[in-house]
Design a protein around this ligand. Structure first.
Ligand code: SF4
Length: 488
């Protein structure tokens, strides 16, 4: 590389906002529907949205009610090579459209059914194009599997950090040791055990982790959200995410009236479990009918939100940072490059330092004050927490709404029009390299998964009767057979 080329590369690597990120954000903003272009909107200003994989390993070995996988997802064989190849293509398109950095979920079935090496190679393929992958799992796998995923064949760590989201709720059937849980509390030892695996992983390999806890909410377990929040907050999960159930996926698993569970009802119970209000109006990803979240610092049981919409100085700081620094990438870059990036950003906008100091002072105050924070930090009781509620839509509305979007028409029916608006502002995309299209996850699950699975059944027919996916022991197969009323 010539000297001038090397200088150009360094300049680009340390530029506060990468030009491709800027272009992707501007495009994202331009494509948002007008109703979503609000001051609190983060899409197109500092984020391009979440991404997810699909059509790669649709199978799952638990049986949940509800389940978003289409009815014949379990008739498709898990194939590691197929997963690596297809995810690489999907991520390539996302890199092209959504720019050099985004969070992406490795999802579409039960990720721990992938052979460990294929799981590892897929994560590497995602990282290679700037995706921060999160493996979405039911969490029912052993430490040895985790170790195999995060270490290369010679035993050296394949990653500095991994992200996993574990789904735990009492609507799930077939978990080892909790085949048919009668309450959410019954799952707490499993939640703990899952999180503890990552402490062991850190000790043994040095690999750090980010952990999310996912829970589907129906009328059956809505009132347990409060206690789950309380319990999981005491564990080492970084994010708590709740999904009110929707009528999508396998209709044999729709057993209740999901309409009763709204974002507001779930959020109220999360707040009750956290023991305080959780302000969320200062920031928004996509449409507020789809998604609600807040980020803050938890200091010995007290949550200090990063931004509070009722505090005008917070809003002024938010607007300033979004205008000047939205799109700055902090993750997965060398420390020296990050340091220079930050210095360049400060030099370009020195007036942003006082509002930043002011904001940090207010966060400390909300978390109980500096002394309390220092005391809690010494006791290891300070951590960042994110609360999320994601409200998927019913297939019954998504199907006609998507058909009309494809025809460039707006629905007369208010419910379908609302669905169109939400799809238009979607913050969770899946990629179709064969058409060059990104689609909302609601569309993927409601419209495209069933069609894809017909093709996948032919491409990846099930293994001959009697063969089991990797990692399934005899004892587990028996338990699953009891729970599912079937054998592999
Ligand atoms: S359209 Fe569906 S997938 Fe997209 S943000 Fe809304 S609920 Fe989520």
């Amino acid at each position: 590389m010539s000297l001038s080329n090397a200088i150009r590369q360094i300049e680009l690597a340390t530029r506060p906002i990468h030009p491709e990120t800027r272009a992707a954000l501007d495009k994202r903003w331009a494509e948002l529907p007008e109703h979503a272009k609000t001051p609190e909107q983060l899409l197109g200003r500092c984020a391009v949205g979440c991404e997810g994989t699909h059509g790669v390993f649709p199978k799952c070995n638990l049986t949940c009610s509800p389940c978003y996988h289409s009815a014949d997802a379990n008739k498709v064989r898990i194939d590691g090579d197929h997963t690596v190849t297809e995810v690489t293509k999907q991520m390539g398109l996302l890199r092209q459209i959504r720019g050099p950095r985004a969070h992406a979920q490795l999802i579409g079935g039960e990720v721990s059914l992938l052979p460990a090496a294929a799981h590892r190679e897929t994560l590497k393929a995602m990282r290679a194009v700037g995706r921060e992958p999160m493996s979405m799992t039911h969490g029912d796998f052993d430490y040895e599997y985790l170790l195999d995923v995060v270490t290369d064949d010679d035993g050296t760590p394949a990653f500095d950090k991994v992200s996993f989201a574990a789904h735990f709720d009492s609507l799930m059937r077939g978990r080892r040791g909790a085949v048919r849980p009668r309450s959410e509390a019954e799952l707490n030892p499993f939640r703990e055990k899952f999180a503890d695996m990552f402490l062991d992983l850190k000790k043994q390999t040095g690999v750090k982790s980010y952990l999310a806890h996912n829970m589907t909410v129906t009328p059956t377990n809505l009132d347990e959200v409060e206690q789950v929040t309380r319990d999981v907050l005491a564990m080492r999960y970084d994010m708590m995410s709740f999904q009110p159930a929707a009528f999508i996926g396998d209709d044999r698993r729709w057993k209740e009236d999901f309409q009763e569970v709204t974002i507001d009802k779930v959020w109220e119970r999360i707040e009750a479990g956290a023991g305080q209000k959780l302000p969320h109006k200062a920031v928004q990803f996509g449409d507020p009918r789809c998604n609600r979240h807040t980020v803050g610092v938890m200091v010995d049981g007290v949550f200090g939100t990063v931004l509070d919409a009722d505090e005008p100085k917070d809003i002024a700081a938010r607007d300033r940072f979004l205008a000047h620094h939205g799109g700055m990438i902090f993750g997965d870059i060398p420390r020296w490059a990050l340091t220079i990036k930050v210095i360049r950003a400060i030099l370009r906008h020195p007036g942003d330092l006082p509002p930043l100091v002011g904001l940090m002072t207010r966060i400390l105050k909300r978390a109980g004050g500096l002394r309390r924070v220092l005391r809690a930090a010494r006791a290891g009781k300070v951590s960042f927490k994110t609360f999320v509620v994601h409200n998927f839509m019913d297939a019954e509305q998504v199907k006609p709404a998507w058909a009309l979007i494809k025809e460039g028409k707006v629905a007369d029916d208010p419910k379908i029009r609302e669905t169109q608006e939400r799809l238009g502002a979607c913050m969770y995309a899946m990629s179709h390299p064969e058409t060059g299209e990104l689609v909302p996850a609601c569309t993927q699950h409601s419209v495209l998964d069933p069609i894809e699975n017909i093709g996948l059944r032919k491409l990846l027919p099930l293994e001959p009767k009697g063969e089991r996916p990797a990692g399934i022991t005899n004892g587990r197969a028996d338990e699953l057979a009891d729970a599912n009323g079937s054998r592999w």
